[in-house]
Structures are given as C-alpha cells and as structure tokens.
Unconditional design. Structure first.
Length: 123
C-alpha cells in the first residue's frame, strides 16, 4: 500500500538556529500556542511562508494594462533584426577590417596536446 509523504513526515537533516531576545521568544511561543503548533513548527512555517511570499514578489512581473499591451505588441510585432555585420568598434576596425569580410585573419587555435603521461599508445 502506498502512503503519501507529507512535509511533516520527511526526514529533517538540516538545522537552523537563531538568537532572540526573551521578549521575542515569549511572543513567538504565545503565537505558536494560539495556532496549536510547537514553537519550532510555528517558526519554520512562518519563515517558510515569508520566504515564499518574498521570492514570489521578486520573481513575478507585474504590469499595468498599458504595459501589458506594449509587451504583447512587442512580442507580436518585433522590430527588424539588426544587421549581422555592423561596423565594428574603432578598436577592432584596424585589426579585422571594417567590412567583417576578412575572416581569414581571425586567430587560429593551436591543436590541443595532452600531457605525455596521459597519451595512449595503440599497437
């Protein structure tokens, strides 16, 4: 028979500790008691909810109606692509040429050689 594994049944291998004032601990214990949970369960659940909310706020994109329309319009009607070979920056123009057509002047990589100790000889 298969049983459903919940987060409360999962093994907890990580530990989290925090230093709090006496007043903070009393407040957290009172809130935990009101919610019917242990202090640890309450603190972990509260921290997890706060973390999930913060992450969602930072990862979600919120747009006004006007911004939504502009975004969708840009997706549906993108600008024409830029030319592949635009004029290179002045620092590279003299080295590579201004028309990008002289590809033979590109530096070539030297063949990679393995260290002698790793070469394998086959007879």
């Amino acid at each position: 028979m298969l049983t459903e594994t919940t987060e409360t049944n999962k093994a907890r291998g990580a530990r989290l500790e925090a230093r709090v004032t006496t007043d903070q601990k009393a407040l957290l214990q009172h809130a935990a008691a009101l919610s019917g949970r242990t202090l640890s369960e309450f603190v972990v659940a509260s921290a997890q909810e706060a973390a999930a909310k913060l992450i969602q706020e930072h990862e979600a994109i919120r747009l006004t109606r006007k911004e939504q329309i502009a975004f969708v319009s840009a997706l549906l009607n993108p600008p024409p692509p830029a030319p592949v070979c635009a004029k290179p920056p002045p620092s590279t123009a003299s080295r590579w040429g201004s028309d990008c057509s002289n590809r033979s002047r590109l530096p070539r990589r030297a063949p990679r050689q393995e260290p002698r100790s790793q070469r394998i000889r086959v007879r």
